[in-house]
Design a protein around this ligand. Structure first.
Ligand SMILES: *Cc1c(COP(=O)(O)O)cnc(C)c1O
Length: 579
């Protein structure tokens, strides 16, 4: 610095003749020098940032993994380009119109005898009118959950419980816990629901929790709490979380709503549990949360919570256990006479020191009315990070514990009453029935001569869900799912790997239901195999996948760019609001 770019002879001449100008020049050069230093520092910082990001990227994905990530991104973009070509685009648009029409025909009733109410009635309806119309709404054509033909969805549904819930909800139908002084009973019931669920999950003395509108909101709150904790205590402004690829879509929602970068970790066969070594590699200074499911929705598998807890403790990162689905079955497994996942390693709940939050859906196997869930925390500080407080609002000093402002007190009363009416004994009995029925399906798939040739169970499910794939290349599992729909069953299709699952609930434990499921599954597989033989005989193309799930997962799902699937989902969501 400071050395002049001019040759020495010229420099001296210049300086001798114009001393003032020379001084000004040298000052300018000093400034330039400072500017250069600053520029270099910023450049080095920028470089360090890129290096640091590349380092964590490479360490997280490994060398081959990183190349694969880049390759997939290229592949996806190439497909995107292909789909945007004029000829292809119009073809896709035509297909989408057809798909939309299909969905409307299926979901929106039409034809003679269907009334569509698009304006308020001018005159109030009489009680009789209402009663008649409600009865005809209940009688609309639908899948018979009462006969145990639906996977998940209705978890209890027996009359004695519906009566109890209706009474509790009627008594508190005007209640809103935002006004704790007006509705003291609802405040009391809400606090007791949380306390009872904390106790079920072995929370320490310091444990705290909140009720929410459902599993999604519980997960949103746990992610928000972890993000706020990371920001407040560690200054993290670019938060990241690491989830199993089998974790619920609600974590993707949280990432999208709260701007958290999401790392998905594979859950490889044959166990289908999250690969803990890969979770470890993805941890970096921006990591605000680790996640495990107990169990996950797709395959009903409980991740290795003890191993995740060890990571959480050693890296001092919060760990969320998603027990939304497991809800009250998980804590009751041992008492119901079944092995409880990770019992020998200290369990799956707050007994693991690294577990900081757990989501529990009281509206699943807690048998409460829909719109109920709990998020539990190891301590009050973690819960405080989910609170929303607005001290300067013109409407008064405002605070609310979760997303909603006003909340339905009736649902809290319905939840509290359900828990009291069923009690520990009732939940243990229910767990026994449900897990036994899951075992019946699992054993049939493993042992029935027709089923075991074609289907294979994914992992070792220990709770209420059993998932299977097709191991016969001539039989598409999505065709099986569609054929089962025609037989009146509502099972759930899975992707990656292609599969189908059954989430057993109480209606499916009723006499005859599960036998019907197995008989229909056997008949379906036989049919699909016959069709495959005919296809072969005809020598023609293997015409598989005409049904809706085959189309969505088989055809559209095989395209790496997901924009078509996204458009189909938009059409579906639009259809929901077609009056
Ligand atoms: C159902 C479920 C959720 C989300 O619950 P919602 O009540 O549908 O919002 C989260 N995780 C798992 C594993 C689930 O099965």
């Amino acid at each position: 610095m400071g050395s002049s770019p001019l040759p020495v002879s010229l420099q001296s001449k210049f300086q001798r003749r114009r001393p003032q100008a020379a001084a000004a020049m040298s000052r300018l050069r000093d400034h330039q020098g400072n500017f250069n230093i600053l520029r270099n520092v910023i450049f080095v910082l920028f470089l360090l940032r890129i290096l640091r990001k590349s380092f964590y990227f490479l360490r997280g994905h490994g060398l081959i993994g990183s190349v694969l990530v880049l390759y997939r991104s290229l592949h996806k973009n190439a497909y995107k380009f292909f789909l945007s070509l004029p000829g292809v685009r119009s073809q896709v648009a035509k297909q989408l119109v057809a798909a939309r029409k299909d969905m409307e025909d299926k979901l929106v009733p039409s034809g003679p005898g269907t009334n569509h109410y698009l304006h308020l009635p001018k005159e109030p309806w009489t009680k009789e009118q209402l009663h008649t119309e409600l009865e005809s709404l209940v009688a609309m054509k639908r899948t018979r959950w009462e006969e145990g033909k639906v996977s998940g969805a209705v978890y209890h549904g027996e009359d004695f419980l519906l009566d109890i819930q209706s009474e509790a909800m009627r008594l508190f139908s005007v209640a809103n816990p935002i006004h704790a002084d007006v509705f003291p009973a609802v405040r009391k019931m809400e606090a007791e629901v949380v306390a009872m669920v904390l106790a079920l999950f072995n929370a320490p003395e310091s444990g705290a929790g909140a009720t929410t509108s459902g599993g999604t909101e519980s997960i949103l709150m746990a992610c928000l709490s972890a993000r706020q904790k990371g920001y407040t205590e560690r200054g993290i402004t670019e938060p990241e979380m690491i989830i199993p690829s089998t974790a619920h879509a609600a974590f993707h929602k949280a990432a999208s709503y709260f701007k958290i970068k999401l790392h998905q970790v594979a859950c490889p066969a044959p166990e289908y549990m999250v690969d803990v070594a890969r979770v470890r590699r993805l941890i970096n200074p921006n990591t605000i949360l680790l996640v495990g499911s107990a169990p996950n929705y797709p395959h009903g598998i409980v991740d290795n919570i003890p191993a995740l807890s060890k990571l959480a403790v050693s890296y001092k990162i919060p760990l969320h256990v998603d027990c939304c689905l497991g809800s009250f079955i998980m804590p009751c497994l041992a008492k119901a006479g079944f092995p409880s996942p990770w019992a020998d390693e200290g369990g799956f709940d707050f007994r693991q020191p690294g577990v900081t939050s757990i989501s529990v859906d009281t509206h699943k196997y807690g048998f409460a009315p829909k719109g109920n869930s709990c998020v539990l925390y190891r301590n009050r500080e973690l819960r405080e990070y989910q609170y929303f407080i607005c001290p300067e609002w013109a409407g008064g000093v405002y605070g609310s514990p979760s997303i909603a402002g006003s909340r339905p007190g009736a649902l809290i009363a319905g939840c509290w009453a359900s828990m009291m009416a069923i009690g520990e004994k009732g939940y243990v009995d229910a767990a026994h029935k449900i897990v036994s029925t899951k075992l019946t399906i699992e054993n049939a798939v493993k042992e029935h001569p027709v089923l075991k040739e074609t289907l294979s169970i994914l992992g070792r499910p220990m709770v209420s869900v059993v998932a299977f794939e097709s191991v016969d290349p001539a039989v598409s599992i999505y065709d099986v799912s569609d054929a089962m729909s025609h037989r009146g069953w509502h099972l759930n299709s899975l992707q990656d790997p292609p599969g189908v699952h059954v989430a057993v609930t109480l209606p499916m434990t009723r006499p005859g239901a599960v036998d019907g499921l197995i008989d229909d599954l056997v008949a379906t597989i036989k049919e699909e195999k016959e069709k495959a033989v005919e296809r072969l005989k005809a020598g023609g193309p293997i015409e598989k996948g005409k049904g809706s799930s085959a189309q969505l997962y088989g055809v559209a799902g095989s395209i790496p760019d997901k924009s078509i699937v996204e458009k189909i989902v938009v059409a579906y969501l639009d259809t929901l609001y077609k009056a």
